[in-house]
Ligand binder design. Sequence first.
Ligand SMILES: Cc1ncc(COP(=O)(O)O)c(C=O)c1O
Length: 407
Amino acid sequence: MRKIPVTIPYFTDDELEEVKKILASGWVAQGPMVAKFEEAIAEHEGVKNGVAVTSCTTALHLAMAACGLGEGMDAIAPAFTFVATENAIVMTGATPVMVDIHQETFNIDVEKIREKINTQYEKKDGKLVNKDTGNILWGIVPVHEFGLCCDIIEVNKIAKEYDLKVVEDAACALGAKIGDVHEGGFGNPSCISFHPRKSITTGEGGMVLTDDDALAKRMKELRTHGSTVSADTRDKGHGFLLPEFNEAGYNYRMTDIQAGVGLAQVKKFEYIIAEKRKKAALYNELIKDMLPEFITPVEPEGYYHTYQSYVCMLNIKELGIADVAAGGQFRNELLQKLEDIGIATRQGTHAVHMLGYYKNRFGYKPEDLPNAYACDHLSITLPLYVQMTDDDQKYVVETIRKVLDER
Ligand SMILES: Cc1ncc(COP(=O)(O)O)c(C=O)c1O
């Protein structure tokens, strides 16, 4: 049976060579390779500082905690995202407040942010206070979903107008741009992921990018238990002296082994993105010709999509399906049939308000955030990776056509 995975990382011998050198050096925990990797990513994205950590989830937690998010506070986030966005907010002790997205871009609807602020909060002593809970609105955690930047310019305007903080969830968006500005360059701490489903990988891993030197220093301390000095700095002299610990921090350190893999991956990054963009364009053409039941992903004028994932929507009108719930069932059956044939696909991501913890805690209903609910039920991620051939892509689209025709 011909097998097509949803994605596979793109490795060559370079990663292996880097890892061999690191193992031979005897220094495998956070050290010089992590520092080099931070520099390489920050330089690529045109940002002053990179703070490497164990995942994007820990990057989000670290950045938000360092920017003062905690108990008794709210953070606004989109409802359609990987659950880690909201989980990281919960990890700080704060409460996520979800708003809806645009179905076309899968990104946060900035008008819904304004609406939420204006309906849910009132000004008291210069702060925005939640009318139901008394929580103070800390800020916004926008997501650049699937490799396409959200309208971060407008998010920044709202944040300025209401004096709110912004931490960007850019897990999927390394290399994404608006105009010439890379993700990471919009003036806020921004958090990226190096999970294997992302464009480049370190196995697991993440990084916070920031132009703010003081914030970077604080995050570097917090990622290593709140220590004022890191282990590799201690190794350069006075190694016997224990550092000071002025804050209760975490162990969020990336290893030098991971950073070595990351450094080899950075060199391939432009190639990977160029290949993925080419393949996304081919999918667009094939789908236009063969699958009128599919709505292809958009790249708005001036935006540069990196296609971490190539995510389509099912057009239920075209399919003659009555509603989103029935569409979801149809979508799942389609994905199952494809899996049985050997083609791996996935739903785009989750409507977080419908996931057990959040639904039970806040009593959300599907219709509270209808676009997120629709994208949860109707989105389909098609396989996309560098090693995929044109023929593989044709096979995927033709197979979907066949499965749809057999219904
Ligand atoms: C939008 C978003 N945020 C956060 C994460 C969490 O990233 P990590 O797996 O590196 O913790 C992901 C991972 O898929 C994601 O897609």
